[in-house]
Design a protein around this ligand. Structure first.
Ligand code: FAD
Length: 334
């Protein structure tokens, strides 16, 4: 394998209901930095039906080139069809790096493509960098239960591939009118060649909490003592117009559902304000909230690790402090 043949950074662009989800725009921001460091092009790869017009958005968020596969066969995501397009495109144009969102689609597609190419894939990356001279991708992620950050390299194969969690990278501010090169491609694939058929799309009827979209999160931990004590977290969140978050121990205790869990095995969040009440600050929790705009911690143990990761810390009993905050905010904001 001659590494000289492989050039450029690619981002697989997802499309949902005619729009590009924020994770793909964030990856374009991250990809732009890698491409600039290497002095190469950043490309987006768009696969779907009636999606060609989305190339403009991909340019505005930093891409120089967009590879477009716009065919009816791509109306719904299916591993076989999307994989064929990506494999053909990658074998033809040979990118050095391909990034995917660590979404259900991104994870499924990346692992299928990596197996077939074959090359390495780093899953659930939280930090990305590239060696300027060698082009080696430095893909870092928490490992060994979150106790260390491991930087994973793919030294022997190209392209290098990684999936990246939503909300960890930052999208660039869009540049309206910025354009680039569109390369249209087609795969020769018939419907009968694909084993998976989409019969119906059933939209979820229960409303899921989206703590990853909240501007204010009030999160509680085991320090609240019980499900009743945890109600304080709900009350403060209500007073602030925020959303409730929780540590894993709270979810495991059954005080709140998993959709509220922040951290390595929960959701990664970046609200403007994150208030952590009675949370010790285990690394697995910190990796999920450390990029929040303003972090305020309330804990009765002045040595609690959460105080190493917050902007403001209040040492004291949550049951004394939080009721005062609820009262003050309710008065001030009513
Ligand atoms: P504790 O560690 O028990 O901390 C309670 C805190 O409350 C203490 O600091 C205490 O001083 C304080 N406190 C007690 N009483 C009061 C009071 N009256 N007022 C104020 N403060 C008080 N954890 C996550 O959160 N998210 C994850 O996604 C996650 N994933 C994990 C994945 C793996 C593979 C592993 C091994 C662990 C994971 N964990 C995760 C668990 C994590 O390691 C911690 O066990 C967990 O975060 C601790 O939760 P906690 O801070 O609520 O509880």
């Amino acid at each position: 394998m001659d590494f000289q043949d492989y050039q450029g950074v690619w981002v697989f662009i997802e499309e949902k209901d005619g729009e590009i989800p924020s994770v793909s725009l964030e990856l374009l921001g991250a990809g732009r930095k890698l491409a600039d460091k290497r002095g190469v092009e950043l490309a987006g790869i768009l696969i779907g039906e009636d999606i060609k017009h989305l190339a403009q958005t991909v340019f505005e968020y930093g891409a120089d080139t967009v590879y477009v596969y716009d065919q009816p066969i791509f109306k719904h995501y299916r591993t076989e069809s999307f994989m064929k397009a990506l494999l053909e495109c990658s074998n033809k144009y040979k990118p050095e790096i391909i990034l995917f969102g660590a979404t259900s689609t991104g994870k499924d597609l990346a692992s299928a493509v990596a197996t077939d190419l074959p090359t390495g894939l780093t899953a659930d990356t939280t930090e990305l960098d590239v060696e300027e001279d060698t082009g080696l991708l430095l893909a870092s992620r928490p490992a060994f239960g979150g106790n260390i950050m491991a930087t994973i390299l793919c030294k022997k194969y190209r392209p290098q591939m990684a999936t990246v969690r939503a909300k960890v990278m930052k999208a660039l501010p869009p540049q309206p009118g910025r354009t680039g090169k569109v390369i249209e491609e087609k795969v020769s694939l018939k419907e009968e060649d694909i084993r998976t058929k989409v019969l119906e799309i059933v939209k979820e009827t229960t409303k899921k909490v989206r703590i990853d979209e909240a501007d204010i999160i009030v999160a509680g931990g085991k320090g609240l003592g019980s499900a009743e004590g945890f109600q304080l977290v709900h009350q403060l969140a209500n007073a602030l117009g925020g959303t409730v978050g929780a540590s894993r121990d709270v979810v495991e205790a059954g005080w709140i559902e998993h959709g509220h869990q922040v951290g390595q095995t929960g959701v990664t969040v970046t609200p403007k304000i994150y208030i952590a009440i009675g949370i010790s600050g285990a690394i697995q929790h910190i990796v999920g909230m450390k990029n929040s705009g303003l972090i305020i911690a309330i804990n009765k143990d002045s040595e609690a690790p959460i105080f190493d990761s917050c902007h403001y810390g209040i040492v004291g009993d949550a049951f004394e402090i939080v009721p005062v905050l609820i009262e003050q905010f309710t008065q001030a904001l009513s």
